[in-house]
Design a protein around this ligand. Structure first.
Ligand code: PAF
Length: 280
């Protein structure tokens, strides 16, 4: 695996790939890689000749009171995992490669509507920070296809819409969430959970499943009410619990058959998100 830390070196390697007519897959990450990220890498390896992974902890998507300074950084473990999974190129840019004029002077990308709901309500800076950095990375890497985890379903749809609205060349593909046997979705923020909290956190996915079943046989309000009750019984502080249309996260009508239930909850000091896609 080659590692590059600036755009010039990145372009030198990518132009060789292009000269050979190779299909390039891209997995953008913030490092601290777990099996969820590695499932994205494996999907990319299956479809592409060369896979590029970026590791960049993007300050623009953190607000002042969030965990940017304490975000877990594990460079040696990440590098070894990427070598084991046959990644061709690791791009680990410095801040100035991404934001050459500085963070505050940076042109920003806003994906309206989709960013103004669910996680966007409690984290108003977040999706603009994600859309901006992903747009920059897509333009630097110019991959054929990029892979995003569906655990961050709203992020996945926002990136997909951004790439389509801005006519970017990179196609965006969503990959199913990887879970522990308990059902807990893999996430870098699981590091913040104690072992008791990890057991408790697994209830989130179980409750989403029960909500989906109850919606199939009853009313939407009843299903949400039941879900909210179960979440608070299990010790979660609920940010949101919503049933939406899979395609654009809008409120579903009676004719919508492809739905998704999404939740964001606090367990102690840790914010967890998860979702479950289902069909009627
Ligand atoms: O999901 C993430 O790890 C980040 O939001 C991403 C897509 C790498 C952008 O910084």
């Amino acid at each position: 695996m080659q590692t590059v830390v600036n755009v010039q070196a990145l372009h030198a390697v990518l132009s060789k790939y292009r000269q050979q007519g190779l299909r390039v897959g891209f997995v953008p990450t913030m490092g601290n890689l777990h099996d969820g990220h590695l499932a994205l890498v494996d999907a990319a390896i299956k479809q592409c000749d060369k896979v590029v992974v970026s590791i960049f902890v993007n300050p623009m998507q953190f607000s002042a009171n969030e965990d940017f300074d304490t975000y877990p950084v594990t460079p040696e473990e990440d590098e070894q995992a990427l070598i084991d999974h046959k990644v061709s190129l690791l791009y680990r840019p410095q801040l100035k490669e991404i934001y050459p004029s500085g963070l505050s002077a940076q042109t920003k990308v806003e994906v309206s509507d989709l960013s103004d709901m669910l996680c966007g309500l409690s984290r108003p800076h977040f999706f603009s920070g994600v859309a901006t950095v992903v747009n920059i990375l897509f333009n630097q890497v110019r991959a054929d296809v990029a892979f995003f985890g569906k655990k961050d379903y709203q992020q996945y749809l926002i990136v997909k819409k951004m790439a389509s609205d801005l006519s970017l060349d990179t196609r965006v593909e969503g990959i199913d969430t990887v879970r522990l046997e308990s059902g807990l979705a893999m996430s870098s923020r699981n590091h913040y959970l104690s072992s008791d909290e990890k057991i408790q956190a697994a209830n989130l996915y179980r409750i989403l499943g029960e909500l989906a079943s109850s919606y199939k046989t009853g009313s939407r309000n009843k299903a949400i009410e039941l879900g909210l009750g179960q979440l608070s019984e299990c010790g979660f502080d609920v940010d949101y619990l919503e049933l939406r249309r899979q395609s654009d996260l809008s409120e579903p009508s009676e004719n919508d058959l492809k739905l998704i239930v999404l939740a964001a909850v606090w367990l102690g000091k840790t914010r967890l998100i998860d979702n479950l896609e289902f069909s009627l």
